[in-house]
Design a protein around this ligand. Structure first.
Ligand code: SAH
Ligand code: SF4
Length: 363
């Protein structure tokens, strides 16, 4: 079946998706054009900001791909102070960013759980409840998720990383803290507690096939995910996965494959939120703008205080580690305008999909 035929179908099969993800040249252009059209029609051209605070690079886990894994002894560990978090939150609020994301390595101790709960409360108080808060702090118990939700967080990002359980176990140590079923279960718990649920995957991992990526897209649909953040896998020297670096696609191939993933997902799940991720920009200076053109509608300007940025290195060549918030904001504004987008200042920009599902369930 031709790409044009596939693009007119109401739902894609796995084999359709493999074809779409393999498209090159004119066919790839047709995929991108269709995605841009769907985006315009269902979510419009607004791009919503989530000011990103990389709260801490302390992590209890050992994912084989990640630069801040516990086993990387070359990383200088930090935690942002409360004053600095509140200062960044105030900046976001005064600049009408609408929302914040607090992201960190995964920890489960009582101190950590309490600190996050306290910070969420304080950010809400400081902003008269106006700043929306997304958390991305890994797998936690239902009780922890509930406490953070009750404190005021309303969205949560937890990437499944790869939806194929066999690959998942290949990329993680074989123990209870790195268990595919547990991660999947965490997504159910988040939904149960009431969060808008975000997930995502890495694209272009060693041993990952087009079929695996097609399955990743079907996973988002099957689990009715509200928001997706996905981007290219980028190697990091001080990780076990670096041993497979010779198997990787070129950075440009990984980048375009990621763009095709974004475009195909926008066509499949028309009203969800899709992020233009930082990893896209790491591989292409215009990576986030290109993502916006083919379907993304969320961007996360980095508000981590500059002195910590060099230490939150999940992967090589992470961009914007030497900019402050003001520079980052100006740069992004210009970039979003260039990509034909408009910034949704002062709005939460929640997932339309989430509200639609809740409405459908009530009626
Ligand atoms: N610890 C939390 C959140 C921080 S990590 C968690 O794991 O959920 C955030 C994301 O960074 C991960 O979900 C992973 O998809 C991404 N990441 C880690 N290492 C990466 C790499 N080498 N290349 C690209 N993305 C990476
Ligand atoms: Fe820790 Fe998240 Fe990195 Fe895994 S991906 S090592 S949980 S920060």
């Amino acid at each position: 079946m031709s790409i044009q035929d596939i693009l007119t179908k109401p739902t894609f099969t796995k084999s359709d998706l493999v074809t779409l993800l393999s498209a090159e040249g004119e066919e790839r252009k047709a995929l991108f054009a269709k995605a841009a059209e769907v985006k315009e029609q269902f979510v419009g051209n607004k791009v919503y900001y989530r000011g990103l605070i990389e709260f801490s690079n302390l992590c209890g886990k050992n994912c084989y791909y990640c630069g801040i894994r516990a086993g990387n002894k070359d990383t200088h560990r930090y935690e942002v102070t409360e004053e600095e978090v509140l200062e960044a939150a105030r900046y976001a609020w005064e600049n009408r960013f609408g929302s914040l994301v607090i992201q960190a390595g995964e920890r489960s101790g009582a101190n950590f759980v309490n600190r996050i709960e306290d910070l969420v409360r304080k950010i809400k108080q400081m902003s008269n409840g106006e700043l929306g808060i997304t958390l991305s702090l890994g797998e936690q118990t239902e009780e922890t998720y509930r406490r953070w939700f009750e404190a005021g967080a309303h969205r949560y990002l937890l990437r499944i990383e790869v939806s194929n359980p066999a690959l998942y176990h290949q990329y993680h140590p074989k123990d209870r803290t790195h268990d595919y079923q547990e991660r999947l279960n965490a997504l159910y718990l988040l939904r149960k507690v009431g969060y808008q649920v975000g997930s995502g995957v890495m694209i272009g991992l060693p041993f990952q096939t087009m079929e695996d990526l097609a399955d990743d897209l079907l996973f988002f649909r099957e689990h009715d995910i509200d928001m997706v953040g996905m981007g290219p896998y980028i190697e990091h020297e001080h990780t076990p996965m670096y041993a497979h670096k010779d198997r990787l696609m070129s950075k440009s191939e990984r980048f375009y494959l990621s763009l095709k993933m974004v475009a195909a997902l926008r066509i499949m799940m028309k009203d969800i939120n899709i992020a233009a991720t930082t990893a896209m920009q790491a591989l292409d200076p215009m990576g986030r703008e290109k993502s916006i053109r083919v379907g993304a509608n969320i961007i996360m300007p980095n508000l981590t205080p500059s002195r910590y940025r060099e230490d939150y290195l999940l992967y090589e060549d992470k961009p914007c580690t030497d900019e402050d918030a003001e520079e980052c904001k100006r740069c992004l504004e210009a970039r979003i305008h260039m990509a034909g987008g408009k910034i949704g200042y002062g709005e939460w920009g929640d997932s339309k999909h989430f509200y639609k599902r809740n409405k459908d369930e009530k009626s």
